[in-house]
Design a protein around this ligand. Structure first.
Ligand code: SAM
Ligand code: 2KA
Ligand code: SF4
Ligand code: MG
Length: 207
């Protein structure tokens, strides 16, 4: 059974929360508390967290409780991810985190309209359900997953939509990383407005 999630953002389906090091993208290497919300209908066939997709499997949890949990850790940054976190209204959760001096980062496909107050927005657009138009201009980071050669073209199409200061990354799809990492290395050397992002937590064997 799906939950009835209230639209004021005070209750959210929480899959897991853990303190670790941001493994990907611009904030790689920084300690952060991860908040993983359940629910996603984007359907990436290579998604590395398919257990998140069914929101009904993940308990509705008070946003206030999530804030209390996050505030216990010395790293004053959270990464809100999922699933697709923008299915939910994140205004309440992010306002409360910021009021506690905690920086707010999001990982999103952009398939739903932006809510929340953000210090860093990582947009990772997907072919399977394209981002809403308004989100590209707000992104601080564009992180495109490379599963095959066609993803470079897809990345370039989205790079035209983001702001000039937005960081651009290609990140290998994990199951294909041996094959596609050398392609990304070549691409970045030829197109230095792009950088490579690796899922460093998977090499470090941390969450
Ligand atoms: C699991 S997603 C959750 C957030 C949001 N649904 C999204 O896709 O951006 C978190 C990040 O992991 C990336 N990701 C998911 N599966 C991956 C895989 N197999 N290899 C590399 N990156 C992956 C996504 O593109 C996204 O940047
Ligand atoms: N260490 C670590 N860094 C991450 N960056 C984005 C992640 C995600 O699943 O959204 C992730 C994750 O699951 N673990
Ligand atoms: S949008 Fe994110 S959570 Fe959803 S299927 Fe794709 S990678 Fe997984
Ligand atoms: Mg992950």
């Amino acid at each position: 059974m799906a939950h009835q999630v209230p639209d004021d953002g005070t209750l959210l389906p929480l899959m897991e929360e853990f303190y670790t090091i941001q493994g990907e993208g611009y904030n790689t290497g920084k300690a952060a508390y991860f908040i993983r919300l359940g629910g996603c209908d984007v359907g990436c066939h290579w998604c590395d967290v398919k257990e998140s997709w069914d929101a009904g499997l993940h308990p509705l949890t008070a946003a206030d409780q999530i804030v209390e949990n996050a505030a216990k850790y010395p790293g004053k940054a959270v990464v809100i991810t999922g699933g697709e976190p923008l299915i939910y209204n994140l205004d309440y959760l992010t306002a409360k985190l910021r009021a506690r001096g905690i920086k707010t980062f999001i990982e999103t496909s952009g398939a739903y309209p932006l809510s929340g107050h953000w210090d860093w927005i990582c947009l990772s657009p997907k072919k399977f359900k394209a981002p809403v138009k308004s989100i590209a201009a707000a992104a601080h980071e564009l992180k495109v997953i490379v599963f095959n050669q066609s993803d470079f073209k897809w990345g370039e199409e989205h790079a035209r939509l983001v702001s000039p200061g937005c960081k651009r990354y290609f990140q290998p799809e994990w199951s294909k990383h041996q094959l596609v990492t050398p392609l990304i290395v070549d691409y970045v050397m030829q197109n230095p407005q792009w950088e490579i992002s690796l899922q460093t937590h998977k090499y470090l064997n941390i969450p």
